[in-house]
Design a binder for this molecule. Structure first.
Ligand SMILES: [Mg+2]
Length: 392
């Protein structure tokens, strides 16, 4: 197996700090070899996958985080701004693509924080926007009165004047067992009930229709076709302007959709659009990831060790690695989250620069497109290898 030296050019931490970090990790490991002093958060798109294809040796590298029996040895999570499917489905799909067993709790998506809003909107009518199964995602979180924007739109005749010209058809997830009478009652209920919140769960599939219908919902107080009213709540799972998929250059993301919606809304409504965006680089996302990693660590240890972890409080880990391809998202977020986060920037996705990123420099940058080796050899973690070497 060949290894290549990594650059530490333009590090946001000095070499002295880096040496201290390495020695701290090393001494921790020396005294308690069975417990790693670190956790890892991987971005998905542009780091471990491009579309549905693994990047480089990502399946092989991830296998090193498990022991021979397939038990998780090193706590890690996937920390992505993507989404559209439940965490359990995404875990299953990732496990299939990457050849390892992924727990649903190891998948933190852009919309995962929407779980925490369920108490506010549990029984309210809410609309879920985006590709995949946005309404099923929200139902899984506990929202009891949620409609996908496909289904919601189907209850309002001619709300999208361009629909007759669209060559695709949308099939909203309507209960096939519903009778005509039940459907008629449902239509009346939706047409008379105000939407209390719109959740952009994943990337919009039909920007023109979604912007039209969201503007209708937002400027009428939640009831399209009626008089104007107080804007319902609006939440975005992330604010990514661009992301890397299989096409050679970046694609427009949810942040671009938000800009389009906001620009149009602010031209047709006197009060500026109010909204909340989640996802990286929001520091709370990294705090949540740390909690999940801590729980993963605790679940794989004995009771005694769990007690010790509890005593550590929030300092369970000496180092948490954020491995991402987007300086403005992954690296910026890790920098804002601060210690113990350590950022590693790969050139496998959005970032293609020769050196470090000028505005949001990572603690470490790879010399060429590759996945971090992670320094795990013979079941032992070697933090020096982590910092200095890559598996090509
Ligand atoms: Mg990415």
């Amino acid at each position: 197996m060949r290894h290549r030296l990594l650059t530490i050019a333009s590090c946001s931490r000095s070499r002295k700090q880096l040496s201290l970090l390495v020695s701290r990790s090393f001494s921790r490991l020396s005294s308690q070899p069975d417990r790693p002093s670190f956790g890892i958060a991987f971005d998905i798109d542009g780091v471990v996958l491009l579309g549905h294809t693994p990047v480089g040796g990502s399946p092989r590298a991830l296998k090193r985080l498990y022991d021979d029996s397939g038990r998780l040895k090193i706590p890690f999570v996937f920390l992505t701004n993507g989404g559209g499917f439940s965490e359990s489905k995404r875990a299953q799909d990732l496990g299939h693509l990457l050849g390892v067993n992924i727990l649903p709790s190891q998948v933190i998506q852009g919309h995962t924080p929407f779980k925490q809003l369920v108490n506010r909107f549990e029984n309210e009518l809410v609309v879920a926007v985006g590709k995949g199964e946005p309404a099923a995602v929200m139902s899984g979180y506990g929202y009891k009165n949620v409609l996908s924007i496909d289904e919601y739109t189907s209850f309002f005749d001619a709300i999208d004047p361009l629909a007759p010209y669209k060559r695709w058809t949308t099939k909203p997830d309507i209960d096939q067992n519903s009778t005509t009478n039940e459907m008629a009652k449902r239509k009346i209920a939706v047409q008379t009930q105000r939407v209390q919140a719109a959740f952009v769960v994943s990337d919009s599939v039909d920007w023109s229709r979604d912007i039209q219908v969201l503007c209708d919902i937002l400027r009428t107080g939640g009831l399209p076709g009626r008089e104007t009213g107080k804007q319902p709540h609006l939440f975005f799972a992330n604010d990514d302007l661009e992301y890397q998929a299989t096409f050679p250059t970046e694609r427009l993301g949810m942040g671009a959709f938000r800009i389009a919606l906001e620009a149009i809304y602010n031209r047709i409504h006197p009060i500026p659009l109010a909204y909340t965006s989640y996802g990286k680089p929001n520091p709370s996302v990294y705090g949540n990831a740390e909690t999940v990693l801590k729980n993963l660590m605790a679940s794989s240890l004995s009771n005694l060790d769990v007690e010790n972890i509890t005593n550590y409080g929030n300092r369970c880990f000496k180092t948490l690695y954020m491995i991402g391809d987007n300086p403005k998202i992954d690296i910026r977020g890790a920098r804002q989250a601060g210690d113990p986060w350590f950022s590693i920037l790969t050139r496998t996705g959005v970032f293609k620069g020769k050196d470090n990123h000028s505005e949001f420099p990572a603690d470490l940058v790879s010399l060429r497109p590759c996945l971090v080796h992670l320094g795990v050899r013979n079941g032992k973690w070697n933090p020096i290898a982590t910092h200095l070497w890559m598996d090509l």
